[in-house]
Design a protein around this ligand. Structure first.
Ligand SMILES: O=C(O)c1cc(=O)[nH]c(=O)n1[C@@H]1O[C@H](COP(=O)(O)O)[C@@H](O)[C@H]1O
Length: 301
């Protein structure tokens, strides 16, 4: 089964478009985990990240279709962090969740193949320690830098999410530039649609998804139409200000075709006053589950 088919099926099975973002930050870990970290010891921080992310996965596995580990926070810890990232990816897969690793990778074609080998494909003899169901990818090296990823997607039933319109305030500096009568993000959307065109599953979705920020609702409407064959990954909900109303247009008529990411608002829900957490933060996993249920409820369209 292709990645798109699997993700859409998981959305319909769970009745959820929520993607839980795994962006661990040392200083925001719940107290028991924060206190287990020995200052200056990357190994102990990495062990805390593994436990934190795996317990989040266990708390939400029956509620959502996927998780999105953000590679940067693991890379920050050096080799021990990279081992932790591999453990988190494997744990999520064992729990039945699809894994979108957020690495925003890319390079010239031959190097892009190496990135694809490292990050795509969850099973089989070619699996690397970081083999994921999908990876976020930058389009700014052009078409020949995306093709190696798509070829690996074909071989390993994996997916990519190409950055089309990002959620950050400065993204428009390049993405909104007008070239030959269309914006750069419109050109990227055309390329995404073209790459999918010969690779559609029975529901009309291909392996090339697109990242479109919840913080640009008008462009989200436009880009949903421009990329009918792409699953959209919509970050920026919650902590960055995106609302349920803003993200509703990303979802297709069947209630699938998109996942909406929230990282800080879910994984650090123990810091949010609306979720009751003991003073010692020992029941932080309950807050994660409550925040996920709340987001699912908000995104019932
Ligand atoms: O590719 C992404 O996931 C991404 C693209 C984008 O345009 N904006 C964006 O915030 N992200 C990621 O989505 C997550 C958002 O985290 P929160 O703002 O805490 O929900 C982070 O891991 C970002 O790196």
């Amino acid at each position: 089964m292709t990645f798109a088919t699997q993700l859409n099926a998981a959305i319909l099975r769970t009745g959820s478009v929520t993607c839980v973002g795994l962006d661990p930050r040392l200083e925001q870990l719940p107290k028991p985990l924060r206190e287990s970290v020995v200052e200056g010891k990357a190994d102990s921080a990495a062990a805390a990240y593994t436990q934190f992310c795996c317990e989040i996965i266990d708390a939400v596995a029956d509620l959502v279709p996927c998780v999105k580990p953000q590679a940067a926070f693991f890379e920050q810890l050096g080799p021990a962090g990279m081992v932790s990232l591999g453990e988190v990816i494997a744990h999520a897969n064992r729990a039945g969740l699809l894994v979108i690793t957020d690495g925003k990778r890319n390079d010239i074609g031959s190097t892009a193949t190496a990135y694809a080998d490292a990050y795509l494909g969850c099973s089989g003899p070619e699996r690397s320690p970081w083999g994921s169901d999908a990876l976020t990818v930058s389009p700014y090296l052009g078409r020949d830098s995306l093709e190696p990823f798509v070829e690996v997607c074909d071989r390993r039933a994996a997916g990519i999410f190409v950055l089309v319109k990002t959620s950050n305030p400065g993204g428009g500096y390049l993405q909104d530039l007008s070239v030959d009568g269309k914006t750069v993000y419109q050109s990227v959307a055309e390329l995404v649609t073209e790459l999918n065109s010969t690779r559609l599953d029975a529901e009309g979705y291909g392996p090339v998804g697109a990242v479109v920020g919840a913080t640009y609702p008008e462009q989200l409407v436009e880009l949903r139409k421009a990329m009918p064959h792409s699953i959209l990954l919509v970050p920026g909900f919650g902590a960055q200000g995106g609302s349920a109303e803003d993200v509703r247009p990303a979802v297709d008529a069947n209630g699938a075709g998109a996942v909406v990411n929230s990282s800080r608002h879910i994984i650090f829900a123990h810091k949010r006053p609306e979720f009751s957490v003991a003073a010692d933060e020992s029941n932080w996993q309950d807050a994660v589950r409550e925040a996920t249920l709340q987001m699912n409820e908000q995104l019932k369209f």
